[in-house]
Design a protein around this ligand. Sequence first.
Ligand SMILES: C[S@@+](CC[C@H](N)C(=O)[O-])C[C@H]1O[C@@H](n2cnc3c(N)ncnc32)[C@H](O)[C@@H]1O
Length: 422
Amino acid sequence: MAHQGSYQVETFAVGLDHEIRRLNAQVDLFWTSERTALERAGLQGAMDVLDCGCGPGRLIELLKNDNPSLRLTGLEIDPVLVDAATARFRSLGIDDCTVVQGSAEQTGLAPGSFDFIVMRLVLEHVPDPVLALRSLRTLLRPGGRIAVISNDFEFHERTWPPVPELDDLYEAYCASRRADGGDPCIGRRLPALLHEAGFSLVGFETETAHSNMIGDQAFFLAEGAGIPAQLVQDGFLAESVFERMVESWRTMLEHPDHAIIRPLFVGVGENPDPQHQAAQGPLSAGVEAPPLRHDLEFVAPSTDLERQIAEIWAEIIGVEQVGVTNNFFDLGGNSLMLEQIQIRLEELLDADLALTVLFQFPTVASLAASREALDVADRPTPADRDTGSAPNPSTTSGAAVSPEAVSAQAQRRRDAAARRRR
Ligand SMILES: C[S@@+](CC[C@H](N)C(=O)[O-])C[C@H]1O[C@@H](n2cnc3c(N)ncnc32)[C@H](O)[C@@H]1O
């Protein structure tokens, strides 16, 4: 069995019961946003789902209530928590969810037996995150997905008015977790770690809890003073800082406009289907392609510009055809391809094209419309010719481009053309 890294339920905060209550509250804190984040990640009815590092089982309980057709299993390294989750399910009459004892690294579960894995607030504690993710990947069927939900302590809970001592607390917390082999700032690394473990990356987002939406109490229950008190006991945080923090926290709560906010990071990886992968081949720079969508509606280009843009996209994304309403990212496009497309479009249009424009207009139709607007804007209108005044962006087609953006873009184009002439 792998060792437990930087999380042990009995010593993480002051007391086992307190810590179990805190873990449950931490699931509740994010449930509203997490439920939809998991749906977006692909979790849906009648799937075989594993909650890896399920703790006392609160997430399983909520998922089961929300969607009774999910077939849920918990995996938990700590026998104390296996027992706590099992007892909880029994008391709630949930008799079709089991919790097995095992680690992410050595699960003991049958390969290819799950459609979806959730790993919530666990990866930041394991000594070798890639090893753990690789092992979990073997449990997924081809095309199955994992949603890894993690903290990143540089983006942890913040307040208005600020509680300055939170900086000291997070520094102490990070030092303590690192001393045990964890990485409390792992949130930002999720895409790279999923990729290294052989997943194709299909999503990365943050979910957020805000006190104006869920009240102050939810934060108190989820954080409480248990962890800071333990950090004081373990010598990572000075007692005087802890006392000041309690005072600042109280003052913050008295402010009429006070706010508490906390984000979590969600990385979603897909276990590539080997047949699908062989057909596509790897992309440049070792980035695997997300599966291409062949079920997208095809609307043919209707102008020369649309046809030219669609041809460039198709060539660079590696698909047979691109409809003018297809979203670049749904087609399997990624940021590396965007840069290649930027270069090709600049050649085609003989103009500078900011990458942000490509994000802003992610379909051929919207991009062509924005370019037509810019082209027209750049040409003098009959009235401009009469008066010799500057082009009038408001006389351009109805594309959703602000006049400021149009004139800034037109200026960049003129500057670029001048640079090329030099
Ligand atoms: C912070 S708790 C999170 C619990 C639960 N997922 C939640 O969101 O409330 C971390 C959990 O991961 C478990 N854990 C730690 N290392 C593990 C490993 N290598 N494999 C499986 N579980 C592990 C711990 O025992 C603990 O239950």
